[in-house]
Design a protein around this ligand. Structure first.
Ligand code: SF4
Length: 430
């Protein structure tokens, strides 16, 4: 059968879609794009905000309209946390964030079932990590390696722990096996990802931690670059930094999830650190790495955030001098504790996000200016407006004038920046 998949949300959802695509092809099915007529449509849904819920429903309806004869199947966080609501959308197969391979078995059944199959387990009862095929069908540049699922931090604005269940970690030897596979398949970089990788190993009896895993993955990766997904500040310790700095192929890019620079707001979010501990992480990374790129996320206008609280946040982000930031105005997530609180006016949330984004742009430019005159091994990905673009190990975008450099790592001397990305000239082919 011809199958079309539409994916919403995070790297983990994209990873799981890539794994399902590989398995569907292995089973003899063909993939087609979501805009065309297919025998079956899969929507891998997201529920991180009310907007993603709405988008998930829209894509489900769009699939049904595209081919009313087709089987429409939905998986992912929205249908996991809103199963009954999803049943009202006339879907043929509903399966949450659980077993992906079993989901494909059910999809093949649904084609002949002519009735709605609902197969959603209790996420909070899960204990097993489902090892899925790594890599993907598309380019061979950067592959994701999912090593962890679930989260038990219960930040007050987040639905993920209810959608993904408790922490489950991939055995180190499995991650090493998959890393070698990705290397053989010609990838140049892999991103160690998960729902909350700082909790890696929390569920394992062997006591393996994230740095134990990284050491083994980096060793198995050989000359592949290894990049990490988002981290929580608690991961950044003297021991972690000393051992991570000893890994030659680990990219010095640390996305440290912050969310607020005000201790009162961090408490209200139920985040597990204060600004002092966060800043300690920043200093530790700068002590052990040469100009590491420290990037972060910020939510503005969280319920209860006053002008004074936000002023503290602005001062704190300037103190941290982030290389880049993702700034989001708080978005109500029904079903979370924060949604029940008195809300900050939407206009205020957005105005604060705008102000923070301006500060972020200045810091980004300052970090980029600090890269001028330096030389980086750049992994090139695509042609773009007369340039070929790629990313340096610090994940800054680099553009050079040149021929087809796709999936090649080339040494580039940085000559200037426009505040958005770096421009350079290639020195030699690595
Ligand atoms: S750490 Fe917090 S924000 Fe991140 S997935 Fe867990 S509960 Fe959600």
């Amino acid at each position: 059968m011809q199958v079309a998949i539409y994916t919403l949300g995070c790297k983990v959802n994209q990873y799981e879609t890539a794994a399902m695509e590989q398995e569907l092809v292995r089973r003899g099915h063909t993939l087609t794009d979501f805009e065309s007529t297919a025998d079956a449509y899969i929507i891998n849904t997201c529920s991180v905000t009310a907007v993603s819920d709405k988008k998930s429903r829209q894509m489900i309806r769009r699939a049904k309209k595209r081919n009313p004869q087709a089987v429409v199947a939905a998986c992912g966080c929205y249908v996991q946390t809103h199963t009954q609501e999803a049943e009202g959308l006339g879907i043929d197969l509903i399966s949450g964030t659980g077993q992906r391979m079993e989901f494909l078995d059910l999809l093949e059944k649904a084609v002949s079932a002519h009735r709605c199959i609902v197969h959603v387990d209790e996420a909070l009862r899960r204990r097993e990590f489902e090892v899925l095929p790594a890599g993907g069908m598309a380019s061979r540049t950067r592959a994701m390696l999912k090593v962890e699922d679930g989260c038990t931090n219960f930040c007050t604005y987040c639905i993920i722990p209810y959608a993904r269940g408790p922490v489950r970690s991939e055995p180190v030897e499995e991650a090493v096996r998959q890393t070698k596979e990705l290397r053989r398949s010609g990838y140049q970089e892999l991103v160690v990802t998960g729902i909350e990788i700082s909790s890696y190993g929390k569920d394992r009896k062997d006591g393996a931690t994230l740095i134990d895993l990284l050491e083994q993955v980096c060793a198995a990766a050989g000359d592949l670059r290894v990049r990490m997904g988002s981290l929580e500040p608690r991961t950044i310790t003297e021991d972690f930094c000393r051992r991570a700095a000893a890994l030659p192929n680990l990219c010095p890019h640390f996305h440290l999830s912050m969310q607020s620079g005000c201790d009162k707001t961090l408490r209200d979010m139920n985040r597990r650190y204060d600004t002092e501990r966060f800043y300690e992480s920043v200093l530790l990374l700068r002590e052990h790495f040469d100009r590491p790129a420290i990037t972060t996320d910020l939510i503005t206008g969280f319920p209860g955030e006053t002008e004074e609280d936000f002023a503290q946040t602005l001062a704190f982000i300037r103190k941290c001098e982030f290389a880049a930031m993702h700034v989001f105005p708080y978005s109500i997530r029904p079903g979370t504790p924060a949604a029940k609180r008195e809300q900050v006016d939407m206009a205020v949330r957005e105005a604060r996000a705008h102000e923070a984004a301006e500060a972020a742009a200045q810091m980004h430019r300052a970090y980029l200016e600090g890269c001028v005159g330096k030389t980086y091994p750049v992994l090139f990905e695509q042609a773009h407006g007369g340039y070929y673009t790629g990313h340096a190990p610090n994940y800054m975008e680099v553009a050079v004038e040149g021929e087809d450099l796709h999936n090649r790592v080339v040494s580039v001397e940085i000559v200037r920046t426009d505040g958005q990305r770096l421009y350079g000239r290639s020195k030699e082919e690595n």
